[in-house]
Every structure is written in structure tokens, then in C-alpha cells.
Write a protein that binds this ligand. Structure first.
Ligand code: ZN
Length: 364
């Protein structure tokens, strides 16, 4: 009986010890998970707030409105027929969010000496306290900066003339897939763009143009078949433009009010014949040349400034990829996405028929 009793006590003590050890191990594991999670959240927020550093571009009043007479640089060779092979694309990136902690791990660490474990435990505790301080200060800073972001009326689509804005422009479309992807990306932020379309591509894509127009996008004229206007007679030019404008009107209810001359070269005859303002560009992504989303994103982010007219081509899937990345990125920097006409109006620039406009910088 006594023997049985003492053995039972020993067993109980042994069991209690085991339980204690198991409990301590569990605590250690939980502490470790918490530290790792806090560190991850801290770094995530740190990366996000670096990316999101809102450097509001300041409108430089000393800059004079540029109306370069001839459009700059080159325009792509005509390649509208070329349909880029499509593959399923990833969804546009949203704002990163801190992950919620997952379940605690089940397994316990291997045998450890109690004193060692206690030392480790206190080190962990100290480390986790530091991480908590680090993480909470980053979170506080983040909340502070995101509050000021939200207060800017970026989610209504209304234009604030005192905030930076750009006109994204897309030539050589419409394209059945890529134009739609670009519209989807714009719609998410209540943004708008200007599409300089080719009349010969409108057939079968009227719905796309209608949707763009209903979203507030501007449909401009890029000729019927991308002819080189410097080689056309006045009548041929007029036909190219009127056919396209009529097709756009049939699709959207509105004709084209702006023209982008194919290849960008404008001479005196063109100036006289084209009965609308002509739109050039101030930031050339050369997307037709690189066919690389990375290069387009990089070029835009490095060069973009308030009042820019950015030229791209909505016939390339690489350009749609770039736009899906650029729109949230530029929005985070405070840019509004407006049409060319909205941009000019907001900057007090009156567009005149037969003249070329490349950029919109606020007048004094
Ligand atoms: Zn073109």
C-alpha cells in the first residue's frame, strides 16, 4: 500500500513536471510565433510606408506652359494587327495588409534544459517587447499618413485642381482584351484616360468604347488606318478623320474632339486641315518598343510630374500589365487620372483647333 502510494506520488510528481515542461514549451512557441509575426508586420508596414511616401508634387508656377509646335520623338510603326498572345494575368495589386496570425503550431520543441529554457524565455520576452514598440510606432505613423491620404477626395472621381493630375493616353486601339483591362484598372480608382482610336478597329468593339465614354473617358481620333498624314492629301486626311469620328459617334453618341496625328509629325497642311486641337505628349513610355511592363512602370515612376500627358498603346498586354501596376502606385503618390480635356481645363489652358498641346503646366 505504502509502496503503491509513494510510487503513485512519484508518478504524479513526474506527470506534473512533464505538464509544466509542456506548458513552458507551449509558452515559448507562442512567444516565438508572436515575435515572428510582429517582426513581419513591422517590416511589412515599413516597406509599405516607404513605398507610399507621399511626396506631393508641387506645381511649379515658374514653369511656363509649353506648346511645342512639333510633336516630339517617335511614334511606333503601325502594328495594330499584331494581337499579343494572352495568358491569364494576375489581379492588380491592392494595398498590402498585415496578415492575421494563424493557428499556433502543434509540435513542441525538442528536450531542453529548464534553466536554459528560462534564459531563452527572458531573451525572447525582451526581444518581443522591442518588436512591439517598433511595430506599434510604425502602425501609428502609417495610420497618421493614410488618414491624410483619405482626406484627399481621391475616391470620388472629382477633380481637385490644386492636386497633381496626369492624362494617361492610349493609341492604336481599341483592343478587345487590353483596353478592357485598362478600363477595369481605371474604374477601381474612379480614374479616366484618353483613347486615341483607329477607326478601322472600332468594328466589334463599340461596347468597349461605350463603356469608356460612360466612365468619363475621352475618345480621340488617331485616323482610320494609321496613315502617315505627311503623305496624304487634304481630302484623304479629312476622310481618315471623319470616318473615325463617325464610327466613334455611332458607338458612344459623341464624335472625336481631339486628334493625335499618327507618328506625331505635324506640318502646315495638317495644321490647317485638322479641325480639332492636336495632342502630343510629355512623357513617352516607348511601350511599343520595350514591350516590357517593368520598363514602362520604371519610366513612368521616374519621370512623372504634374500636368504630364503620358503616351502608351492599349494594344499590348505588357502595357495593360504596366497600367495595372501604375494606377495604384500613382494614386498612392496623390495623382488624379483625368482626360486631356479635363487636364487642360483644370490648368486654365484653352485648346485651339490646329495647334499641338503636349503638356499642361499651370499658368502664372
Ligand atoms: Zn499610333
Amino acid at each position: 500500500m505504502g509502496q503503491y502510494g509513494s510510487s503513485s506520488l512519484q508518478e504524479r510528481i513526474e506527470r506534473r513536471r512533464k505538464q509544466d515542461r509542456a506548458k513552458r514549451r507551449k509558452k515559448l512557441v507562442i512567444a516565438l510565433v508572436v515575435v515572428i509575426l510582429l517582426a513581419a508586420i513591422g517590416f511589412g508596414i515599413s516597406a509599405f510606408s516607404n513605398r507610399d511616401n507621399v511626396d506631393e508634387p508641387i506645381i511649379d508656377d515658374t514653369q511656363i506652359t509649353q506648346e511645342k509646335e512639333e510633336t516630339p520623338e517617335t511614334e511606333p510603326e503601325k502594328e495594330p494587327e499584331q494581337e499579343v498572345t494572352e495568358e491569364p494575368k494576375k489581379a492588380p495589386e491592392g494595398t498590402p495588409e498585415a496578415e492575421t496570425p494563424s493557428d499556433e503550431p502543434e509540435e513542441t520543441p525538442e528536450t531542453s534544459d529548464d534553466t536554459e529554457a528560462k534564459g531563452f524565455e527572458s531573451t525572447l520576452k525582451a526581444a518581443s517587447e522591442n518588436v512591439v514598440i517598433f511595430a506599434s510606432s510604425r502602425i501609428a505613423a502609417q495610420i497618421k499618413s493614410s488618414k491624410s491620404d483619405l482626406s484627399a477626395s481621391v475616391n470620388t472621381g472629382e477633380i481637385d485642381p490644386n492636386k497633381p493630375m496626369i492624362a494617361l493616353t492610349f493609341d492604336d486601339g481599341p483592343h478587345a482584351k487590353n483596353t478592357v483591362r485598362i478600363l477595369d484598372a481605371l474604374e477601381k480608382v474612379h480614374g479616366r484616360a484618353t483613347f486615341f482610336v483607329l477607326g478601322e478597329l472600332v468594328d466589334g468593339k463599340s461596347e468597349i468604347l461605350k463603356r469608356a465614354s460612360d466612365m468619363g473617358c475621352e475618345i480621340g481620333n488617331h485616323s482610320f488606318d494609321h496613315s502617315n498624314f505627311t503623305k496624304l492629301s487634304a481630302d484623304e486626311m479629312k476622310t481618315q478623320l471623319s470616318k473615325t469620328s463617325n464610327l466613334v459617334k455611332a458607338a458612344t453618341g459623341k464624335g472625336t474632339g481631339l486628334t493625335r496625328i499618327p507618328y506625331g509629325s505635324v506640318n502646315e497642311t495638317i495644321r490647317k486641315v485638322v479641325g480639332t486641337p492636336m495632342i502630343g505628349w510629355s512623357l513617352d513610355t516607348r511601350d511599343w518598343e520595350s514591350r516590357s511592363a517593368d520598363k514602362v512602370v520604371d519610366k513612368v515612376l521616374k519621370n512623372v510630374k504634374d500636368g504630364d500627358i503620358i503616351i502608351m498603346h492599349d494594344i499590348y498586354s505588357s502595357t495593360a500589365d504596366a497600367v495595372e501596376r501604375l494606377i495604384p502606385e500613382l494614386r498612392a503618390k496623390g495623382y488624379q487620372f483625368v482626360t486631356v480635356s479635363e487636364l487642360m481645363e483644370a490648368r486654365g489652358i484653352k485648346m485651339v483647333n490646329g495647334r499641338v498641346f503636349n503638356v499642361a503646366v499651370k499658368k502664372d
